[in-house]
Every structure is written in C-alpha cells, then in structure tokens.
Design a protein around this ligand. Structure first.
Ligand code: FE
Length: 198
C-alpha cells in the first residue's frame, strides 16, 4: 500500500485494482511477480509489430492470405503469435467497397498476441457506444473519411472472439519487400479506424 500525507488522488479504479491485487496476494491466490511479468511482456515485447508482420505476409503471399481469412488463429500461430487474449482471432479484410472496424462494446477485448495492449481510446465508453450507432461519423472524427458507397461493418470483439482487420494494401507499394511493407502497417489500420498510407 502506498502511504502519503494527503488524500490519495489516484483514480478510484486504480485504488480498487491495487486493493484487489493486495488481497489476492495476501491470500496466496496470485503471485505479484507473475502479474508484473505478464504486464511487462505485453507492454514491451508484444505489440502491433506482430500484427504488421501478419498483414505484410498476407499482402505478399496469396496462399497465406487465404489461410488467414479462413482460420485467423491458426494462420497467426504459423508466425509464432498466440496465447492469452488471442485463443480465437477472426481476420476480416477491408476492400475498396467494404470496411470493417473493431470495437468491444462490453469492455476492451482486443487480440493481444498481434496488437499488444489496447489504446485508451479503444476503452473509452464514447468510442464503444458511438462507433456502433454512427461508425461513419466516428471514423471521420478519427481522420478516416469513407465514401458513402463504402459499406461499414462494426465487429464486436468479446472474450470468445477477437477481430483483426486485414487492411487494404496501398497502391504504389508493388515494389516493396515484405519487410518494407511491415513498417507501413499501423495499429489503427488493423483495428479499422485508419487506412494504411503508402
Ligand atoms: Fe471486452
């Protein structure tokens, strides 16, 4: 427990989390070192670079792309990415006429093995409720203007199924190697709130 002279001004959720972790530790139900290890892993070692490798491979290997769209979890595991918060990942493809955007309306379910930890806006109640009701407006506010004839599908991630977007390969990138393509792919494009810029 942190002790201070004045009132603890951290957000109530932080205080509750700390109290809960302390209680579980006291009762021997969790090992704080294990928890810290998991957090460090996902903060430092696992991030959107994994997802970018999946996308770049799908762009350059048509057979891999087929496997990825047919069974995302298995195809992602081929590249060595699997584990907690990623036991069942479904990959959907964005095209010039169809656009997928991912949300977790309930909380913040997210495919950790390929994208790391979710950004704060993904956990924001405003994003979670509004993107379902008015996806075109929300995407536009986030800097992505889609033509009126592009069909938008909102994918709701849950504890059971977590979605990953395969963004469109930008025009003019035909000469780039897989490794060069990896560096173009952003986290936001794999959540579907942005396109990949050439
Ligand atoms: Fe969730």
């Amino acid at each position: 427990m942190t002790t201070t002279d004045g009132p603890d001004e951290r957000p109530p959720v932080d205080l509750r989390t700390e109290a809960l972790e302390e209680l579980l530790t006291e009762r021997g139900l969790i090992d704080p070192k294990v928890i810290d290890g998991i957090i460090t892993t996902y903060e430092s070692n696992v991030g959107p670079l994994n997802g970018a490798r999946v996308v770049a491979k799908a762009w350059t290997d048509p057979e891999y792309r087929q496997r990825l769209l047919a069974d995302g979890t298995a195809a992602i595991k081929e590249l060595g990415f699997s584990g907690a918060m990623g036991w069942h990942i479904v990959v959907v493809e964005n095209t010039p006429t169809t656009h997928n955007v991912v949300v977790c309306t309930l909380c913040s379910c997210y495919p950790w093995p390929v994208l790391g930890l979710p950004p704060s806006w993904y956990k924001d109640p405003a994003y979670r409720s509004r993107v379902v009701k008015e996806p075109r407006t929300v995407l536009s506010e986030m800097g992505l203007d889609l033509d009126d004839d592009v069909q938008i599908t909102v994918r709701d991630s849950t504890a059971e199924v977590r979605w990953l977007v395969l963004p469109e390969r930008p025009a003019g990138t035909e000469q780039l190697s897989e490794e060069e393509l990896v560096s173009l792919v952003t986290r936001d494009s794999m959540v579907g709130v942005a396109k990949v810029a050439p």
